[in-house]
Design a protein around this ligand. Structure first.
Ligand code: NAD
Ligand code: DAU
Length: 331
């Protein structure tokens, strides 16, 4: 099996490549990554000798066509992924998430290979805090931000290419991931590395917003289940029943790091801030037999905190610029 993994130097993609090399020695992996601020080649160091790395963009039609022609399956992680950035400067989100996905689809169509498109639960918009409902595969799309609207658009392109051109593709929409190699702009690594730097965590608004946390390894095991057994043309939601509000997450991080639970600052809210995400992963569990291995957020967080404490050389180079950008936004 020859896999082309786009965005494989990012958070989820690099964990996916490491897991694949570890657990599936028969797979041959090529990574295509543009190495934006969010991509980090060193995230692939543990498997550098076992993979091929190509530096380039999914929006480069010629390059994409050549690489897709040399593989059996494309797994598309490449994206601009951060909501706050999409509010400050939407253009790269349109280029990568929409145009880039379109280029991949055309190459996949040309070479008749299989594609899996990695997407997000944010395409469904948000739920009220007290709503008993969760997102399912049938929930209508209602994205809120430039990020989530470009991800929604990319999903719709994949669906159109499946219906109109018979593309052999699947889509997954996952909830919030945490784990090693996540950029320090994101909520959990930002707060962990703040505390490790002697700085208080920063909570947007009231901290009541709820996210449905899943460990990145559980997400990636679900992706392999979809690649192995998923039905072509189908969408699978991925989530591990990990709902927690932001205050609870910050207090857990503080507890794990031995700080008082009120040692954080409230900062101004994100415009259009989605209230709550929650995934019903029933289809994935019953149809593909997937179950998460990380049973609770607290133990998963403890190992993640330990990873950041042990890998300062990985995150420290990005920390200063990230915090400078946040302070310009007043966050
Ligand atoms: P990330 O920002 O950490 O990584 C994105 C990677 O894509 C980086 O390595 C970057 O260099 C690369 N990239 C960006 N533009 C590119 C381009 N034009 N061509 C090639 N490579 C490019 O993101 P992530 O958190 O790992 O997310 C990966 C995917 O999973 C995204 O599609 C995202 O929408 C989706 N997703 C993320 C989460 C989450 O919680 N992080 C949850 C659900 C779905
Ligand atoms: O739901 C899946 C999505 O999860 C993915 O599609 C996105 O790529 C990923 O970035 C994530 O989006 P969020 O916007 O939910 O993640 P973020 O880490 O930016 O923020 C999580 C929550 O924490 C959100 O309610 C905003 C809040 N927050 C964030 C930061 C960076 C804070 O309170 N303080 C912060 O400093």
């Amino acid at each position: 099996m020859r896999l082309l993994v786009t965005g494989g130097a990012g958070f989820i993609g690099s964990n996916f490549v490491q897991q694949t090399v570890r657990e599936r020695p028969d797979h041959q992996v090529t990574v295509l990554d543009a190495l934006t601020y969010a991509g980090n080649r060193s995230s692939l160091d543990p498997v550098a000798d076992a993979i091929e790395f190509v530096h380039g963009s999914i929006a480069d039609a010629e390059l994409v066509d050549r690489l897709v022609g040399e593989c059996d399956v494309v797994v598309n992680f490449a994206a601009e992924s951060h909501n706050d950035n999409s509010l400050a400067e939407p253009e790269p989100f349109l280029q990568t998430n929409l145009v880039g996905t379109y280029r991949l689809l055309e190459a996949v169509r040309h070479h008749s290979v299989r594609m899996h498109h990695v997407s997000t639960d944010e395409v469904f918009g948000d739920l009220e805090l007290d709503d008993p409902k969760k997102f399912t595969e049938d929930t209508p799309y209602r994205p809120s931000s430039p990020y989530s609207s470009t991800k929604a658009g990319a999903d719709l392109l994949v669906r159109a290419w499946v219906r109109s051109f018979g593309l052999a593709a699947t889509i997954s929409n996952c909830s919030n991931n945490y784990g090693p190699y996540q950029h320090v702009e994101k909520f959990i690594p930002r707060q962990v590395t703040n505390v490790l730097s002697g700085v208080k965590p920063k909570v947007y608004g009231t901290g009541a917003n709820v996210r449905d946390w899943i460990h990145v390894d559980d997400h990636n095991r679900a992706l392999h289940a979809v690649l192995d057994r998923g039905r072509l043309g189908e969408t699978y939601l991925i989530g591990a029943d990990g709902e927690a509000d932001n205050l609870t997450v910050v207090r857990t991080i503080l507890r794990v790091l031995g700080k008082p639970e009120d040692w954080f600052d409230f900062v101004s809210d994100r415009p259009g801030h989605d209230l709550r995400y929650a995934i019903d992963a029933g289809k994935l569990r019953t149809e593909l037999g997937w179950t998460p291995e990380f049973a609770d957020l607290e133990s998963g967080l403890a190992s993640t905190v330990q990873w950041y404490a042990d890998h300062r050389e990985w995150w420290e180079p990005a920390k200063h610029a990230t915090e400078a950008a946040y302070s310009e936004l007043g966050r």
